[in-house]
Design a protein around this ligand. Structure first.
Ligand code: SAH
Length: 279
């Protein structure tokens, strides 16, 4: 029998590197990674949920190119006893189960290996409905780090002590309750990775879109020029860039004012104006 060489680009060589993982057999399925590429380490009971939507389209392609990387750390092998139990009943009684401090702690300790201790360089986040609401500014902060660790909860959540012990930041993706943190982690990673230079084909699209300047985006149109009796606004067909810019900015402002009074108020404050328009 002859040894078949590994598929191109899947081996650790040159500027590509692969870091240690509890499940070496999965290394062969993992894309290569550029040394120092932004990395998400995800502690989860459901590693199969990843990459999920993060494996598609631009983000998936960028990951295949090694521009960012994803590592899952399965909570189950850290479980206690023959059945690898990861959860138990809440102290003080009540419904549901809570992820154990010792189990989650061991998984987080594993995730910490080889990562900077400075939270600015390597944020550690627990996805949680109690957390600070995820914003574009937060995604920008995460994108500037070297990578981050994300803890996905299940059941009633995780033992509070582990959050304190590891200096974990709680982040929410909105005022509703999900069954688990996996979908929320994908939301956070999507919002973050698309801000990493080189990931989006067109860098300008991340500069001009909703929330990047405190305003919602203007309406977009494409072909056909007329559809179901509806024409594209004339100014967009004029070829006059100045007028187009002005129209888009006005539409952005009108939309933000109508739909998101909270963002509009912040925007005006930044411009040093009140809603009456005085400077
Ligand atoms: N008992 C908890 C909710 C647990 S929901 C509470 O009332 O606060 C189970 C898990 O889903 C959580 O541990 C968290 O990881 C995830 N989750 C649920 N809603 C979320 C949200 N809005 N944002 C981020 N993560 C969420």
């Amino acid at each position: 029998m002859t040894d078949t060489p590994p598929p191109m680009g899947r081996k650790s060589h040159g500027r590509l590197s692969i870091s240690a993982n509890r499940q070496p057999r999965s290394l062969m399925d993992e894309p290569p990674r550029i040394k120092g590429a932004w990395t998400a380490k995800i502690v989860t009971l459901f590693p199969d949920a990843f990459p999920g939507t993060l494996g598609l389209s631009l983000l998936g392609k960028a990951r295949e190119l090694g521009l960012w990387a994803l590592e899952t750390i399965d909570l189950r092998p850290f479980g206690i006893g023959k059945h690898h139990n990861v959860d138990d009943t809440p102290a003080g009684g009540g419904a549901g189960m809570v992820l154990r401090a010792d189990v989650v702690g061991a998984a987080l300790a594993q995730a910490r290996i080889g990562t900077p201790q400075d939270r600015a360089l390597w944020p550690v986040v627990y996805l949680s409905p109690r957390g600070a609401p995820l914003t574009q500014a937060m995604a920008q902060r995460f994108a500037q780090a070297e990578g981050m660790t994300l803890l996905c909860g299940r059941f009633e959540g995780v033992d509070e002590r582990v959050l304190e012990q590891f200096g974990i930041e709680e982040v929410s993706i909105g005022d509703f309750v999900l069954t688990g943190g996996e979908v929320a982690a994908q939301v956070l990673i999507d919002a973050t990775v698309r801000l990493i230079p080189g990931v989006l084909g067109n860098a300008d699209s991340a500069v001009e879109e909703s929330h990047s300047n405190g305003l919602l985006e203007h309406p977009q149109y494409t072909k056909p020029a007329e559809w179901e009796g509806r024409a594209i606004p004339e100014v967009l067909m004029s070829g006059h860039h100045g007028k187009i810019e002005k129209w888009r900015h006005e539409m952005s402002q009108a939309l933000t004012r109508a739909r998101r009074p909270d963002l509009w108020a912040q925007y005006l404050q930044k411009q040093g104006k009140t809603d009456a328009g005085e400077a």
